[in-house]
Design a protein around this ligand. Structure first.
Ligand SMILES: [Mg+2]
Length: 142
């Protein structure tokens, strides 16, 4: 079995702001405190946090309100156009190219794989973060 060939990945120049792409459903929605900390740290250091979701553009108002309820700030919320003809992985790979993102975080391995194959960005699969443990410890504090 031969290894699949992936395109070369973007190198990061010193002092270049990083551009992250972060998914909502199954990612931010799954671990909102974790992603709030991550995004706040990125923005505080002059990096960019793009929220890239396969949700349709027609759900923008609801989605903005959802992110605001979690305290999630961002550089730009990029949603799938209502007339997008392709798949979600195709949409996300196109956004990564258009915004020249360095790294994306997504819970859907199809999105990660499309980004890994079709762009210069790194695609990180949403790893389980012990947010459930954090919530339990918070409940157990006297
Ligand atoms: Mg998702």
């Amino acid at each position: 079995m031969s290894e699949p060939t992936l395109p070369p990945k973007r190198s990061v120049e010193a002092r270049e702001g990083l551009r992250f792409g972060i998914d909502i459903d199954g990612t931010i929605a799954q671990a909102p405190r974790h992603f709030k900390r991550l995004i706040d740290a990125l923005l505080a250091h002059g990096d960019q946090a793009y929220i890239v979701t396969g949700r349709w553009e027609r759900r923008r108002q609801e989605t903005e309100a959802f992110l605001a309820s979690l305290g999630i700030r961002y550089t730009e919320l990029v949603m799938r156009p209502n007339d997008w003809p392709g798949t979600v992985p195709e949409f996300k790979a196109q956004v990564v190219r258009e915004k020249a993102l360095h790294l994306t975080i997504d819970d859907d391995e199809r999105n990660c794989w499309a980004i890994a194959q079709q762009t210069e960005a790194l695609a990180a699969h949403m790893l389980p973060f012990p947010e459930a443990l954090e919530a339990r410890e918070a409940r157990e504090e006297p």
